[in-house]
Write a protein that binds this ligand. Structure first.
Ligand code: C5P
Length: 205
């Protein structure tokens, strides 16, 4: 069983994907971490996210610990959004994701293009979203909770810019697959969003 969870930044898709994986006893991959790892590698080299060749080299020479807290910084988010627009970078990371999705027993993957590109054959697809204001408030709280200085207005601007970039790029843009179920988490707390996601997936199976 493959479950695809896509959606914009801070929509709750990661939390929902992890909860679905636990509920159905499946392994989970946060595919955003792959793009973040490429971004962090590039950042540490002092590389230029505007240079596709440097970004591709970072894909092939990935040496970032997946648990590195720097993966979650706003600088890395911006770099990740930039490098993820390169078709060569997406191709370089494709096989890893498809192998994960194809393992016996299935998997849950979350990202931007799981239901459209990585696993169009997925048994259940969720497109998780929330208003930009709600997502900015969540991301802001998360950053402050981690002791990082952040202004709500800046976070909202970053989210809007990232949404626009992710949705307008030519290769694998962020969009809801035709057969994906829309889950708007704007008015839901974490537990309600998870319960609704489980209900929607079970209904689909
Ligand atoms: O999901 P997360 O915010 O960690 O993803 C970081 C960035 O990686 C996103 O802004 C997006 O540009 C990119 N990404 C992508 N395709 C995916 C997952 C993430 O382009 N499947």
């Amino acid at each position: 069983m493959i479950i695809a969870v896509d959606g914009p930044a801070a929509s709750g898709k990661g939390t929902i994907a992890r909860a679905l994986a636990r509920h159905f006893g499946l392994p989970h991959m946060d595919t955003g971490l792959l793009y973040r790892a490429v971004a962090l590698q590039l950042f540490r080299w002092g590389g230029d996210p505007g240079n596709e060749f440097e970004a591709l080299r970072a894909c092939h020479e990935l040496g970032v610990d997946p648990a590195d807290p720097e993966l979650r910084t706003e600088t890395v988010s911006k770099f990740a959004s930039a490098v993820s627009a390169y078709p060569s970078v997406r191709t370089a990371l494709l096989e890893r994701q498809q192998e994960f999705a194809g393992q016996p027993g299935g998997a849950v993957l979350d990202g931007r293009d799981i239901g459209t590109v990585i696993a169009p054959q997925a048994d259940a697809k969720l497109f998780v979203t929330a208003s930009p204001e709600v997502r900015a408030a969540r991301r802001h709280q998360e950053l402050v909770g981690r002791g990082m200085a952040a202004h709500l207005a800046d976070v909202l601007n970053d989210i809007r810019a990232r949404d626009a970039r992710d949705a307008s790029r030519e290769t694998a843009p962020l969009r809801q697959a035709d057969d994906a179920i829309l889950l708007d988490t704007s008015g839901l707390d974490v537990n309600a969003a998870i319960a609704e996601a489980i209900r929607l997936v079970e209904e689909r199976l």
